[in-house]
Write a protein that binds this ligand. Structure first.
Ligand code: NI
Length: 167
């Protein structure tokens, strides 16, 4: 089932999410819907706030053939090194992108779909994507990493495009 993706500047994207305390069928079902929605929109990640939820979970798949689905519940970055510049976009701010600097290599701790603790290293696109999704769980968007001037220019472009799409 496809979910509606919340679009910037909706305030629901600014919610600071609370930890998930238990896994249940309802959340499992929601995660399936989030994967459907992310794949349909050709995204590499989708966070709870983007579908109107306010607990800490997201889905990710950066593989080219969409074969490596990853569920992260209560994810945290426990270590990081080096930096990388990546051109980021977001399903909640469609059709605009900007170069963002972030740590290149991270160590991630989270719970998986079975609510089991996992820990793994992520590099490059996967690292960028997980950081982007964790930002969402803190009510933060990639545009918040830009200078005020760059952000304003990008948001003017975004507003124009959104307006053009409105019938
Ligand atoms: Ni995003």
């Amino acid at each position: 089932m496809l979910l509606d993706i919340v679009l910037h500047p909706d305030e629901r994207l600014r919610v600071h999410c609370t930890p998930v305390t238990e896994m249940n069928d309802k959340l499992d079902q929601l995660l399936s819907h989030m994967f459907d929605t992310m794949y349909d929109a050709e995204g590499v990640g989708l966070a709870s706030t983007q579908v109107g939820e306010n607990r800490r979970f997201c889905v990710v798949d950066v593989s080219e053939d969409r074969s490596k689905p990853l569920v992260l519940i209560n994810p945290e970055i426990v270590d990081h090194k080096n930096t990388i510049t990546w051109k980021e976009g977001c399903l909640s701010i469609p059709e605009v992108s900007a170069e963002i600097v972030r740590p290149k290599n991270i160590l991630v701790r989270a719970l998986d779909r079975d609510f089991k603790p996992i820990e793994f290293e992520a590099d490059d696109l996967l690292s960028v994507c997980i950081q982007h999704e964790i930002d969402h769980l803190d009510g933060k968007l990639f545009i918040d990493h830009l200078s005020p001037l760059k952000r304003r220019r990008l948001m003017e472009k975004y507003a124009k495009q959104q307006k053009a799409k409105t019938p």
